[in-house]
Design a protein. Structure first.
Length: 177
């Protein structure tokens, strides 16, 4: 392992000013050539002290925003329409992309990797899905998977709607006199 001082925030490692242990190849092939890290000397640490303070403030602000988003998401329910057979088994499945799209329609724009779906949903059902906003911050969202109306369903509705406006005992064929 190699000790390096981060010059930039690296999502999987830490923020500016953190001293991290990484594999030699990762340091040599990615972090150092990209300028994301340097040697952890006292001089380098002093140079990055102000940037670290700003990064910590940004991190605290982002955390507050994520906590507010988690609170807003607690009672959210989304409905996803999918084609299914008579037993309720889907023709295909509902995955994180479909859930992210449904949440976006409700005004919650999340990346698919923030949706912690253990396995794709393959039947008509209601499922509680965790939304992972940070390593230690997640909130459940209720996902309703309901049957999508097919062309046959639409035709059945049109047939039943055609007879719905008639009054009992009135003959449509009689002419007004």
């Amino acid at each position: 392992m190699v000790k390096l001082l981060l010059c930039e925030n690296v999502e999987t490692l830490g923020i500016v000013g953190d001293v991290v242990d990484v594999a030699p190849g990762y340091a040599r092939n990615y972090l150092l050539p990209q300028g994301l890290a340097t040697e952890p000397t006292d001089g380098n640490m002093r140079k990055l002290a102000e940037r670290r303070r700003v990064a910590e403030l940004d991190r605290a602000k982002k955390r507050t925003e994520l906590e507010q988003l988690a609170e807003k998401l607690t009672d959210v329910e989304v409905t996803i329409h999918a084609r299914a057979n008579e037993e309720g088994v889907l023709y295909g499945s509902v995955g994180v992309k479909e859930i992210a799209d449904a949440l976006a329609e409700e005004g919650f724009y999340l990346r698919p990797e923030q949706i912690a779906l253990e396995r794709p949903i393959r039947q008509l059902d209601t499922e509680s899905v965790a939304i992972k906003l940070a390593d230690d911050l997640s909130t459940p969202v209720k996902v309703w998977v309901v049957r999508e109306k097919t062309d046959d369903d639409m035709e059945d509705e049109e047939v039943s709607d055609a007879g719905a406006g008639r009054e009992a005992g009135v003959d449509d064929n009689s002419a007004d006199e």
